[in-house]
Design a binder for this molecule. Sequence first.
Ligand SMILES: NC(=O)c1ccc[n+]([C@@H]2O[C@H](COP(=O)([O-])OP(=O)(O)OC[C@H]3O[C@@H](n4cnc5c(N)ncnc54)[C@H](O)[C@@H]3O)[C@@H](O)[C@H]2O)c1
Length: 280
Amino acid sequence: MREVARKTAFVTGGASGIGLALGRVFAEAGMKVMLADIETDALANAVSSLRDCGPDVRGVTCDVADPISVEHAAAAAYQAFGNVHVVCNNAGVGGGSGIDNISLDTWRWVLDVNLMGVLHGIRTFLPHIRAHGEGGHIVNTASMAGMNSGLGFSPYSASKFAVVNMSEGLAMQLAPLGIGVTVLCPGFVRTRIWESGRNRPERYGPAQTPDPASQAGKLAANLAELGRSGLDPSEVAAQVLAAIRENELYVFTHSGPDWRSELEERFNAILAAMDRSAAR
Ligand SMILES: NC(=O)c1ccc[n+]([C@@H]2O[C@H](COP(=O)([O-])OP(=O)(O)OC[C@H]3O[C@@H](n4cnc5c(N)ncnc54)[C@H](O)[C@@H]3O)[C@@H](O)[C@H]2O)c1
């Protein structure tokens, strides 16, 4: 979608981190922006922080794990701005701690937000975008955790692998309709993802925090440290806007040798296994 000015963007997880940075970059590009988030106070602060950045920035409370809540948020966007063109299914949470002690509630919470949340956004907005016919673009936030197996057996990784796959399939199906799809796969970005427990609804039970002395606890501390020294979210957002304009499927914010070698290792192991199977 080359021309974004005067179009409308809807961004979930818009109260913080990457979502807030997306809202800012869209507003600065002349778009009307609806930020949707579960954290009401942070959302109000986010909206006022962007007030002078663009034509019109508003907020709507939304729990992406709940399809009805997403539909209500979409209705608020249509009422405020008319047609919506860019949808960023970006809200996400991190959780999980070690192979044996990830509760089913934690699996459900992470998959409900990170995977079902993306699905709810697509199911809600796709018929609308197809019907208005003014063009559109869907951005799904996955992660490098959806490309390599670095985080191992975890609901986070499982959800992000699914989002990558879903986006690839969607891109193929929407290309003939002129609707673009981007899957965002960041490495470490300086956000509040490491404090995801702040938004865990009561229905999923208490947040799980791994014993700091355990392997899972050490991994979590290490990842949080890498997050604190990660990329500024504004750099991620600028890459997403460029991908929307150029209609690019993948955005990889981290492409250094370490990230590449993890991918090469995985792909090479898969290809070698295929060769072995073929030789048998
Ligand atoms: N920060 C990183 O290093 C990193 C790396 C890869 C991918 N990501 C992904 O980026 C996306 C944005 O996360 P972030 O890093 O900006 O973290 P963040 O915690 O700063 O922002 C996430 C936002 O999502 C919102 N949210 C959580 N649950 C929600 C729900 N049920 N409904 C609606 N909103 C909800 C939170 O309130 C918050 O505002 C996530 O999908 C995350 O998995 C982040």
